[in-house]
Structure formats: C-alpha cells, structure tokens
Write a protein that binds this ligand. Sequence first.
Ligand code: B12
Ligand code: SF4
Ligand code: SF4
Length: 374
Amino acid sequence: MTTSTSDPGRNAELIRKRAAELGFDACRFASAAEPWPASARLAQFVEQGRHGEMAWMAETEDRRTHPTAMWSGARSAIMLGVNYGPDHDPLEILAQRDRGAISVYAQGDDYHELIKGRLKQLAGWIVSRFGGELKVFVDTAPLMEKPLAERSGLGWQGKHTNLVSREFGSWLFLGSILTELDLPADPPSGGSCGQCRACLDICPTGAFPAPYQLDARRCISYLTIELKDPIPREFRPLLGNRIYGCDDCLAVCPWNKFAAASREQRLHARDTLRSPALRDLAALDDPAFRALFSKSPVKRIGRDRFLRNVLYAIGNSADADLAPVAEIHLQDPSPLVRGAAVWALSRLLAPAAFTQLRAQTSEADPDVVAEWSG
Ligand code: B12
Ligand code: SF4
Ligand code: SF4
C-alpha cells in the first residue's frame, strides 16, 4: 500500500541528501508511470535484430518496455548516478599495439556490486523513513535505465545512445530505485548534442545506423563481452587492441570537458589493468585469470573468451615477435582460443610460413578447420 507523506518535496530533498552521503554523485526524480516513446524504440531495436545474441533482451521485452510493465506499483523513479570519470585519456592506449585496452568501466572493481550495495542502503533508509514498497536496479534488470534517467533530468541520451550529463559528461553509471511513493519530478537537464557528431564518426565498426541508434551486433562492447562465439572475421581487424569493451564514442564527447576523475577509489584503474602487455595476458590459465580479475567485471566473460580477444589483438599488433605466443595456443584446450590463435598467426606470419604451418596442423584439429581455410 502507498504510504502518503505530508510534504513530498521535503521528502525528495531528504532522499537526495542521504544519497549524497552514501556516495552517489547525482540523484534526481521522475515519474515512473507516464508513457514514453522508448517502448516503441525498443520494439524496433529488437524487431531489427540489433540485440544480436543477447536473447534476454527479446525474452524480457514485454517487461522491459516500461517501468510499470515490470512492476505495476511503480509510481516514481529515483535515478542515481556514480561518476566513473578516468584520470587519463582512454584513447591513448590504442596506439600501443603490444598492450591490451580494457575499457574504463572495467579497470577497477565491478560497479554492479558497489552501486547495488549503496542502493540497498538508500532503499532501507527510505522504507524506514517514508514506507512504501520499492525495488532497486543496476544494469541487469529489465528496466530501460537511460530514458528513465533522461526523464529525471540526469542528462540526455546522446547520439551515441548513452546518457550525457552536463556535469559528468559520458562517464556516469546509472542505478535506479522504483517506489510506490509520489515524489515530485525534476525538470529536464537542458543541454543537447546540437550539430556535433564526434561519437558517430569515431566508431571503428560503424555501429550507428543513424544518430541515437546503435546496432549492438557491430559494437565492440557487444563483440568482446557479450558474444560467446568467434567474432565475425570482418570485425577482427577493427578491434585493434581493444580486448574488453570500447570507450571511443564516450571519450570523444565534448561534454567530458566538465567531467572530473571519479572520487570513488574502487572505480579507479588498477595499475595492472591500465596497459597490460598482451604477451602476459596470453599466458593466463584459468586460476591466474581469476586472480588477476578478482572483483573485476572482466571475470564474468571467463578465461577462454578473454583469451580469444587477446589473440585477436595479438593478430592486430603487427609484432612478429608475438607469433610464438600465439602459436602456443594452437594446443589450447578451448577451440575458441585455438581458432583465434590461427587467425592471429595468419596476420603475423609471412604467407609461406603460414601455409607451411597450416599443412602441418590444420587436419589434426577438425574444430578449427574453418579458421585455417580463412
Ligand atoms: C544492452 C546494453 C548494452 C548493449 C547495447 C547498448 C545499447 N545502446 O542499447 C551493449 C553490449 C552494446 C552495451 C554497450 C555499452 N554499455 Co551498456 N547497457 C545495456 C543495457 C543492459 C540495456 C540498454 C538497452 O535497453 N538498450 C536497448 C535500446 C533500444 O535502448 P537505448 O539504448 O536506450 O536506445 C534508445 C535510443 O536508441 C533512442 N532512440 C532511438 N531512435 C531515436 C531517435 C531520436 C530522435 C531520439 C532522440 C532517440 C532515439 O531510443 C531508445 C530508447 O530510449 C543498459 C542497462 C539498462 N538496464 O538499461 C546498459 C547501459 C546502457 N550500458 C552502459 C555502459 C557504460 C556501456 C558501455 C559504455 C560499456 C563499454 N565501455 O564497453 C557500452 C556503450 C556502447 C554504446 N554506445 O551504447 C551504461 C550506460 C551509462 C550511461 N551514462 O548511459 C548502462 C546504462 C548500464 C548502467 N547501469 O550504467 N550495453
Ligand atoms: S563502444 Fe566503440 S564500437 Fe561501440 S558504438 Fe561506441 S565507438 Fe562504436
Ligand atoms: S560526442 Fe557529440 S553527438 Fe556524441 S553524444 Fe557527445 S555531444 Fe552528442
């Protein structure tokens, strides 16, 4: 049952203050009940197959279309932001071809754990103070967080489709609380992309069919993190040394000029993950992978998918000294890894040497024959 409060405006201010005390960098309010255009846009995205193999997007589409479709009791949304601004230029590492580029969001601890903990603390405080049922979300639930954040005035969805904040640029994680309480909605943020198209132009894989629309199947974030299979050949050269996610469209956004480095120590880049050598990463077995990526979001994709990405980056390194590193992986237990090793060697070895290796090896490994034949 909805708990009525005498002064919703005052309650909102108290919630905002408590959110700041808990370490949230932004907190704003929106109606969770009004209809919006995002439902139709999600339907179009799924219909066009732009979610690729993220089957969960289609499976949960009905609930995902609107907050009330997931929970009919939702009246207001409390939208929280955590600044994860980097202390360095994330594009610089792209020129260091013998190093792996891990996207900014994954160079520190897993933000899901950090934000979920804070959301639960805030939620407990709200219930004890004002009552009302509520639910907390960060990333993984069937809730469209960006349009909800835009509605709350936290920012606007930029042409790269992510939320842009006047204060934090493109570096803001989102978390949400849906509640039965009626809280006064905040005004829109103001600010827009205007004539800018920097994010559209820099995308290495041409993942934007139009401004404000993304085809996830072409996005390096999807290809390196979500896709379990070998990455389609057409994209492999375009990955460069990006081995987990991609920041290009975020990093070029001019609104980042107002951003500051994150104040949360746990989100800062670990020294080991700023510019790890591809040679060292390729040597990781499962226990070493788990140890290096303890508490990191990278752990989620597992050692084999990660090694696949590392070997594609080795193939793109133009560093023939790395060929023996790739060759060791022709014996890897994982066919995914063996296939990526073949591709890397096809790029690093002289044609005659590759042909000779193929004659010796390809028939002995039926799982990756397609990779040998190119
Ligand atoms: C699925 C998903 C992905 C997929 C698909 C991304 C996408 N853009 O849809 C992949 C794996 C590719 C991905 C990548 C990334 N992700 Co992601 N991802 C999500 C997730 C789980 C759902 C997003 C979704 O609903 N997509 C479906 C599409 C249809 O919705 P949409 O993007 O809002 O699309 C809108 C526009 O297309 C717009 N639109 C369409 N046509 C038009 C026309 C006009 C005129 C206008 C104005 C708008 C418009 O309307 C749609 C609905 O609002 C959210 C968390 C969540 N639960 O919301 C995180 C989330 C969006 N991801 C996040 C992050 C950080 C990333 C990466 C930066 C990670 C990285 N460094 O590699 C990249 C960024 C890539 C990019 N440019 O989007 C953050 C973004 C934070 C922010 N400030 O916006 C989120 C919110 C997670 C979080 N809780 O912080 N992600
Ligand atoms: S994250 Fe990278 S690949 Fe994906 S849309 Fe942005 S620039 Fe393109
Ligand atoms: S780079 Fe330019 S077009 Fe892209 S989101 Fe930022 S302001 Fe908008």
